[in-house]
Write a protein that binds this ligand. Structure first.
Ligand SMILES: NC(=O)c1ccc[n+]([C@@H]2O[C@H](COP(=O)([O-])OP(=O)(O)OC[C@H]3O[C@@H](n4cnc5c(N)ncnc54)[C@H](O)[C@@H]3O)[C@@H](O)[C@H]2O)c1
Length: 294
């Protein structure tokens, strides 16, 4: 079996953001290896042998438009991966970078996507619970004009206070709401997201600082370990453990998969979900199991 053929990227035009570092850099390296023509975009220089690299600030509409104008007329896969951490005062910027720019790019590139193309997004376990704010996320998803969206954000400071979480919840709501929309299904365009757990990347230091109320990196690191690792004697992931599965879901291997939010967290969020379901009747898995074995 020809594995490169199985992935289906040979000679295909692939657009990917965030390629200068972390998960997206790993994904970009694999896409190059698989024979794709990679058009990569980042605010920082990209030092990989891609077909074309763009240095652009994707929080700015004018810079996105410039890149969009230059990208090929036919695109076979999009991967949106760029992201930043949230700090007091950068709530709007987080919405621009972590959600709205990604929606804006995908919406505007849809007419250029080929039949059976794929859109793959990096969201986060941070978006867990997106169902609770789905209606609010849909409000901003349904705004197609950049300036109107920025106004909407400014009018909803309560929602964007949890800046990172809300942006990721919007990404996940976007996947779920768009997968069978006319513009996607008419060309069988697939859309999925991965939701990574704690991964060591270029963002790690900022995540640590932003998690500590005092901005203390060491304290933030301990808090993150308590939330994401200590309950399961866990360990942090590598960028490849996220970037490679991302490439797989965007490839022909997953050609019938769409609308999926794939948690890559060694089972952590499934355990949270199980706990939440069991807490409704105040019983543990063990108690239910011993009841049913009586
Ligand atoms: N690291 C983690 O633990 C973790 C966990 C869950 C989700 N994520 C998500 O994974 C994605 C990839 O991040 P990473 O962890 O690999 O971090 P990273 O910092 O290594 O990579 C992010 C890339 O995005 C680029 N970027 C940031 N702002 C940009 C802008 N305005 N315009 C263009 N490019 C910009 C950065 O330059 C960088 O190359 C992000 O969306 C992040 O939210 C990370």
């Amino acid at each position: 079996m020809d594995l490169k053929k199985l992935f289906g990227f040979v000679g295909k035009n692939v657009v990917i953001t965030g390629s200068a570092s972390g998960m997206s850099k790993s994904a970009t390296e694999l896409l190059i290896e698989l024979g794709a023509n990679v058009y990569a975009i980042d605010i920082n220089p990209i030092e990989l042998p891609v077909k074309k690299a763009y240095q652009a600030d994707l929080s700015k509409k004018e810079e996105i438009d410039k890149v969009l104008n230059d990208l090929p007329e036919k695109i076979d896969a999009i991967f949106t991966c760029h992201g930043i951490a949230a700090f007091p005062g950068n709530e709007l910027k987080v919405q621009q970078v972590n959600f709205y720019s990604q929606k804006y790019m995908i919406d505007n590139l849809l007419p250029r996507l080929s039949e059976h193309a794929s859109v793959s997004i990096i969201s986060s376990v941070g978006g867990f619970g997106w169902e609770q704010v789905y209606d609010k996320c849909l409000e901003v998803i349904n705004i197609n004009d950049w300036d109107t969206a920025m106004k909407w954000y400014q009018e909803h400071p309560d929602l964007i206070k949890s800046a990172y979480v809300f942006a990721k919840q919007c990404l996940e709501s976007y996947v779920v709401s768009k997968c069978m929309s006319k513009e996607f299904i008419s060309k069988y365009i697939r859309i999925n997201a991965i939701n990574p757990g704690d991964t060591v990347t270029g963002l790690t230091s900022d995540f640590n600082k932003s998690t500590s109320p005092k901005g203390d990196e060491k304290e933030g690191e301990e808090m993150i370990s308590n939330i994401f690792l200590n309950s399961w004697n866990g360990y942090t992931a590598t960028p490849e453990q996220m970037g490679y599965p991302l490439v797989v879901i965007g490839s022909d291997i997953c050609s019938y998969m769409s609308g999926q939010l794939i948690y890559i967290d060694h089972g952590l969020t499934s355990t949270w979900l199980s706990g939440a379901l069991l807490s409704k009747n105040n019983k543990s898995i063990e108690e239910i199991s011993s009841d049913s074995n009586k």
